[in-house]
Design a protein around this ligand. Sequence first.
Ligand code: API
Length: 276
Amino acid sequence: MKLPFSKMHGLGNDFMVLDGISQAIELTPAIIRRFASRQFGIGFNQLLLVEPPQQPDIDFKYRIFNADGSEVEQCGNGARCFAKFVRDKGLTIKSRIAVETRNGIIHLHVEPSGMVRVDMGVPILEPVKIPFKAEKQAVDYIIRDGEDSFEIGAVSMGNPHAIMLVDDINLFPVRQVGRRIEAHQDFPQRVNAGFLQVVHAKFAKLRVYERGVGETLACGTGACAAHVYGRLKGLLGPEAEIKLPGGSLHLSWAGEGANVYMTGPATHVFEGVIDL
Ligand SMILES: N[C@H](CCC[C@H](N)C(=O)O)C(=O)O
């Protein structure tokens, strides 16, 4: 079977995007891992599968799979690319799109500039819902790993994030520490590990070691979670630019109980066909 796909990215966080509306597609974790391989397949951080909605008044459903084949709840950069994909493919003419993911409904607005503003919903801070093993909800937690202990924030944007403040993201051993946090026993579904350097109240730098992938050039939900943690620590204001290695996102969060808004680009790279 020939499988057409679009290759896209959001600030270098790259995706294989599939239209599961015009064609029925059955994927297994092994197939996803093969497609994700940059030597044996297409190469991507996540695979996005667009499907018909299952709820009324919702335009689409989209499913998200990490390069290791695991299906996850949310993807911020992916949401922006999804919005561009469904419009470019003529699956909708709307510029305001409601989409169902594994863990909630998000609302997208494709602006005239082509930038996409995503309402990512209300961040989840209750440990059991992240999920994260903690006695009670707090701003900061200490997790222990062998001889070491790490101070982190824990936030879910539908998917789990641990965020650590660092002095200089370019000098910090993100991959070594990220790998240990991703697999830490206190996160029963593993976790995305963000490393945040606050420059001032409106600007911060971030690197993310993503669950199921490793370090990526950008992580949209990671930027949302980092902004929330930076706000809770009193270090970031309600509007902030967060710069990742692949580029910058604009974040807006009024505070606890409010929705997080993320604005950024979505880029189409090429169309392809692969043998399934
Ligand atoms: N690795 C993430 C999913 C993709 C998130 C990231 N690519 C984004 O833009 O939010 C997880 O396992 O929860």
